[in-house]
Design a protein. Structure first.
Length: 307
């Protein structure tokens, strides 16, 4: 008999994982996603999650509980009699939910667990200068991101690659890994592996105040910090009292006599900012109240004083 699956997810990252299940003929009896939220211009438009938009398009059964412990929601889930639940970028589940299906509930996580448990694994891998990352599927247990590993797939991280670029590659790799995981569970050919507690690291949620750039550091660390936060939530500094998000850079290690954080520009096509041991060459940025732009477009309308 074919597996009955409930899929839980909210953002764009989760959509390819749901799509690959549908494309491969799996019976998705329910899609659980975030409630619609007010947003858009004037905060007056009701916005649906990326997963809900996909589920509506495919005519899937959608559930949007405000509280996961709501008895009515739990009853709705149990009536669907799913064999397996799959979680991709969703909320922390109570045990009454994750323990419900006979074949368990597995999660897709955007890191090579046990490294980078937590909310922002892709960002922290790049901020910390890692040269590889990947995705992991694991069975959910009581503590977050601690369950037994099912599958892991790795990818290299390019030296100038941003979190957004790695996110998009992991989104596709994640979908393929979700499909392989379901096939393994279906065939009962699964070999679980315990997480090694000595290798645990954490990827806490990112906040605006912690995204300010400290230029009084080695060039490599500044470069990794910027690309690890690009495009969102974005590393920032200030220019003439305005917040300046820096979104894409290259690095240049070279001796100089400038104070760290000094802006140096030809006011045509080059903007460098000094670090402890070199410069960050800015390629894309966004000034407060303006759109994102490349450095030439920015310098066309903004002059840097090289005093």
């Amino acid at each position: 008999m074919a597996l009955k699956i409930i899929f839980m997810g909210t953002p764009e990252f989760a959509v390819p994982s749901l799509d690959i299940l549908i494309q491969n003929g799996y019976e998705v009896v329910g899609v659980v996603t975030a409630t619609d939220k007010l947003g858009g211009r004037g905060n007056k438009q009701l916005l649906q999650s990326a997963v809900k938009q996909y589920a509506v398009e495919k005519g899937l059964n959608i559930l949007q509980p405000e509280k996961l412990k709501n008895p009515e929601f739990i009853e709705e889930l149990s009536i669907l009699k799913a064999d397996l639940q799959i979680v991709v970028a969703f909320r922390m589940l109570p045990e009454i939910i994750w323990a419900m299906p006979p074949k368990g509930t597995f999660n897709l996580h955007g890191s090579l667990l046990p490294k980078y448990r937590g909310a922002a694994p892709i960002n922290w891998a790049i901020i910390n200068g890692d040269t590889e990352t990947g995705v992991t599927t694991f069975f959910i247990q009581h503590q977050i991101d601690t369950g037994d590993l099912i599958l892991q797939e790795k990818i290299p991280i390019g030296e100038n690659e941003t979190a957004g670029e790695v996110h998009d590659r992991l989104m596709q790799l994640g979908a393929e890994t979700v499909l392989k995981t379901v096939q393994l569970i279906e065939s009962q050919n699964i070999k679980l592996q315990k997480q090694n507690d000595s290798e645990v690291s954490h990827a806490p949620k990112l906040f605006h105040e912690t995204c300010e750039i400290d230029f009084n550091q080695p060039t490599q660390k500044v470069h990794d910090f910027i690309r690890g936060l690009s495009p969102y939530p974005a590393a920032w500094t200030t220019l003439d009292g305005l917040e300046l998000k820096i979104l894409k850079t290259t690095k240049q290690v070279a001796p100089h006599e400038f104070e760290p954080g000094k802006f140096i520009s030809d006011n045509k096509k080059s903007l460098k900012i000094s670090t402890l041991d070199g410069f960050i060459e800015v390629q894309e940025l966004q000034l407060q109240g303006k759109r994102r732009m490349d450095i030439i477009s920015f310098l066309n309308g903004n002059k840097i004083l090289n005093e």
